[in-house]
Design a protein around this ligand. Structure first.
Ligand SMILES: *Cc1c(COP(=O)(O)O)cnc(C)c1O
Length: 484
């Protein structure tokens, strides 16, 4: 593909700079010599219209929630109301310095304080930190809290975390990073936690269970109270992964189900945009017994107003600079106000309705290993559709029909998994188009599988070597390779 560097012509310039009026010699010695350029950077030259066209062309190669259905299971890729973006750009928020004196940041501090209270209400838990920058970061923070809890209780033998085999990969990673060992729990035939397997694993070496609710098959853990009761009687804690909150937002509270810790993915449930490694926020809510361990600083409200409080001797410390990703919290706060309590209940109602509609229609064509009423998502299997056709082929062919593929090959408990989450934002017409595309693909798989093997044919790039792309990313054009 031709890049902006290849198209560069020295005589074409898109901008004119005034002559340099800074005596560079004076500042050069302040920098380590290894960082000082010895020759001018090779910046590509293009006229302004060519530059605009270049980036516009690139932007059209992308696909996002503003282009169409993005049924990426577990990710909750929902529409982001533009008013939330506008609010995040208000200069007094966007331009506020993180070290500003509390007296000059009352609005921002109040927002953080109120957001914490709202999230406590939604979780049914006592306290929250807004610092973690992602779901996985919330998990890690939670694991540090679990660790501190058992340190204080002088129970150093509690070194194990129980995890169902359907868990998201970040769960075992967070537990391991915090120094725990992971014990896998096999799911029962119904896809839920198997109480017998749980009993067999629970003893005085278990620190916590980490559960995704509803689980990664999109199924509600109908025995959730039995699970958390057994965990608590064994002296351990219950950590809930809240990435699937969209399924029961405003209708049920993790705290009432026995969660001691619960993380939110603001960038999933509360619509602030995510993907591409962009900023996120994974606030962590905890029960009163764990509240003292939460990170500092905390926003407190006293008669003089809002301020940051660092005085928390039992805190695990900070997990992020300043107070986390403020603009993400702001967008989620705006979204909460926009919808109100009734709106939040409608979110989960429609998310579940859309998912069940898709599930009912698609199970006529595709295998549905766990055939039950689902919550906000469900998992099909691409296995057995047609000889030599894989789930990857189905996903790639969907691109040709103008849809972002669903999550594939996760959760691991389903062979050739296709994990579909439509979210509440889609109309029946869009869902029907998607169903039609899936049915056409199933027919093609039997009649002309080459179409699937060669897919995508209508995308800017064909099949990529995903392993090499992840292991050896090329982040710099060879044109500028020898800089500085
Ligand atoms: C997305 C997700 C996570 C991780 O969240 P990040 O914000 O991507 O770090 C954890 N668990 C589940 C079930 C998820 O879907």
């Amino acid at each position: 593909m031709s890049t902006i560097f290849d198209q560069s012509r020295t005589e074409r310039v898109g901008g004119l700079f005034p002559p340099l009026d800074v005596p560079t010699r004076k500042v050069d010695h302040l920098l380590p010599t290894s960082l000082v350029r010895t020759r001018a950077p090779r910046i590509p030259n293009k006229s302004e219209p060519e530059l605009v066209r270049h980036y516009t062309r690139l932007s059209k190669m992308n696909y996002g929630v503003d282009d169409g259905l993005y049924p990426l299971g577990s990710c909750t890729m929902k529409y982001n109301p533009k008013i939330c973006e506008d609010l995040a750009r208000i200069p007094s928020f966007a331009g506020l310095h993180p070290l500003a004196d509390a007296r000059h940041a009352q609005g921002a501090l109040r927002l953080l304080h109120e957001m914490s209270e709202r999230l406590c209400g939604i979780a049914g838990l006592a306290a929250v930190t807004l610092q973690p920058a992602a779901g996985a970061h919330g998990e890690l923070t939670g694991m540090f809290l679990v660790k501190r809890h058992f340190e204080e209780r002088k129970e150093p033998m509690r070194t194990r975390i129980l995890l169902p085999d359907s868990a998201h990969g970040t769960n075992p990673a967070s537990a391991t990073l915090a120094g725990f060992t992971v014990t896998e729990l096999a799911s029962g035939k119904d896809g839920l936690v198997d109480l017998e397997a749980l009993d067999a694993s629970l003893d005085e070496t278990v620190a916590a269970i980490m559960l995704t609710v509803p689980n990664t098959l999109g199924l509600f853990e109908s025995r959730i109270l039995d699970v958390t009761e057994r965990v608590h009687s064994a002296g351990a804690l219950s950590y809930f992964d809240g990435a699937n909150l969209n399924a029961f937002l405003g209708r049920a509270r993790p705290g009432d189900m026995g969660a001691d810790l619960f993380h939110f993915n603001l960038h999933k449930t509360f619509s602030t945009p995510h993907g591409g490694g962009g900023p996120g926020a994974g606030p962590l809510a905890v029960s009163a017994a764990l509240a003292d361990f939460l990170p500092v600083p905390r926003v407190v409200h006293d008669p003089e107003g809002y301020r940051l409080d660092w005085d928390a001797p039992r805190s695990i410390g900070s997990v992020h600079s300043f107070y986390g990703n403020f603009s993400v919290v702001l967008k989620a706060y705006a979204y909460l106000l926009l919808l109100g309590d009734e709106g939040l209940r409608e979110v989960s109602e429609n998310a579940v309705l859309n998912a069940n509609y898709l599930q009912e229609r698609l199970k006529r064509t595709y295998r549905l290993p766990y055939d039950r009423l689902c919550k906000h998502e469900f998992v099909l299997s691409g296995a057995g559709l047609a000889e030599g056709v894989s789930t990857l082929d189905i996903a790639k062919r969907l691109i040709d029909y103008g849809f972002h593929p669903p999550t594939i090959y996760f959760p691991l408990v389903v062979k050739e998994a296709l994990m579909i989450e439509p979210t509440e934002c889609e109309s029946k017409e869009t869902l029907d188009h998607f169903i039609a595309a899936m049915e056409t693909i199933a027919r093609e798989a039997r009649e002309n599988p080459e179409l699937l093997h060669e897919a995508p044919r209508r995308a800017p790039v064909r099949r990529l070597d995903q392993t090499r792309a992840a292991r050896n990313p090329v982040l710099r054009h060879p044109f500028d390779e020898k800089a500085p």
